[in-house]
Design a protein around this ligand. Sequence first.
Ligand code: ADP
Length: 500
Amino acid sequence: MDSLKISTEAEAVASRLHKSGLLRTQGLIGGKWVDAYDRKTIKVYNPATGAVIADVPCMGGKETNDAISSAYEAFYSWSKLTAAARSRYLRKWYDLLIAHREELGQLITLEQGKPLKEALGEVSYGAGFIEFSAEEAKRVYGDIIPSPLADRRLFVLKQPVGVVGAITPWNFPLAMITRKVGPALACGCTVVIKPSEITPLTALAAAELSLQAGIPPGVVNVVMGNASDIGDSLLASTQVRKITFTGSTAVGKKLMAGAAGTVKKVSLELGGNAPCIVFDDADLDVAVKGALAAKFRNSGQTCVCANRVIVQEGIYEKFANAFSKAVQNLQVGDGFTEGVAQGPLINEAAVQKVESFLQDAISKGAKVLLGGKRHSLGMTFYEPTVVSDVNGEMLLSREEVFGPVAPLLRFKTEDEAIHLANDTNAGLAAYVFTNNIQRSWRVSEALEYGLVGVNEGVISTEVAPFGGVKQSGLGREGSKYGLDEYLEMKYVCLGNMNSN
Ligand code: ADP
């Protein structure tokens, strides 16, 4: 693959996006596209080539406060619309996201690097949260409680929490936003989005489409730039009633602590350390296919990526061979190239993290079966890697590697597998491969995780609740449960019913 071809492709995509009006490079405050007040900018790069795609505003506290004011003002009318009206706006937004699926997919590949096929999958998945929210908007039911006293009637109302601050990461530039903004808007909340500065362009394109869908100014605002200044302003504001965050555990803890000052509601989707347990009784092909999908999606850069492949001793050698063969077939390259399954890592720091984890494992006795080094394409491309003889003491199994490295650990008994799997502070996703139905239930119940895939490596969908336990987070996104995160419950007691 020659690098010239890559950059020409990227330029063509950027120019197409520009023509369709989706290449937005300003923040959105109160329905107006704006620069940073001091005109400072930051650059957005194509991780496959290092080329600059665009400059976006480097905003801070002032712009964030204005975005909060706009959202606060818009809340008054947006929350008073009928659920049916909000549903129609969301449906229109969904339709536009799907109508622009190709361009949005290209934009995701351009700024994030994932293969175009995966990027298009993200657009469908991400848009799905808006469609589902449009439908669920109409089902925010309250309750009537049988009264213990004859002259009283008791009701429960569900009402929107208010202005929501949504802070999102770079690995799903669209879906991490829509899974927050969809339910927030459905419930009647308004939002200030802070996308990752690494991938703000998809967020801005989605926001542009929200305006085209007729969603009123101020309901959706986007600011980006100085993350801690923006975060501090969102936390300090008494008008912001909820923070929803997806990202690192370290930042999540900071936000949770910061939210205490104004007692905000908080939802957190933080790091995982997903075990992928392969039992002797698993179907080998199913296990290989599932582990491959769970590990190597987005080059290993998702919080539900298998971080530890824990394999029973009877199937260990067979699995290691078949899995390595499958990994070897993963084509590495620019995400725009047909057939590519592994794009670049997001930046140099990500590659260095992979290298240091691998170094640590090798120094403690792990063996590299495949890969184990930077790819000859250069930049941040890394060879899909399989490492055997990994144990629970190595960084590779203690922390999230967030890269294309599959560490294999060996176990003897089911109890040992469960102990190994749960021996972590994280608790987001786990995967189990077995053909024994009792075992599949037993192990699913024993795993301290928010999501469990049995004989399946890709389980996220907008219709099911996504979220972690332990230090992987608080709250759930997607499904009917996801709306609760944006609702307050109000108890109303109607008294004096016996008078007329
Ligand atoms: P990642 O390693 O996935 O980039 P981060 O937690 O650093 O995870 O980033 C996730 C999101 O949190 C990004 O939008 C980032 O800009 C934002 N962020 C980072 N630090 C802070 C902070 N102190 N306050 C608010 N947001 C922050």
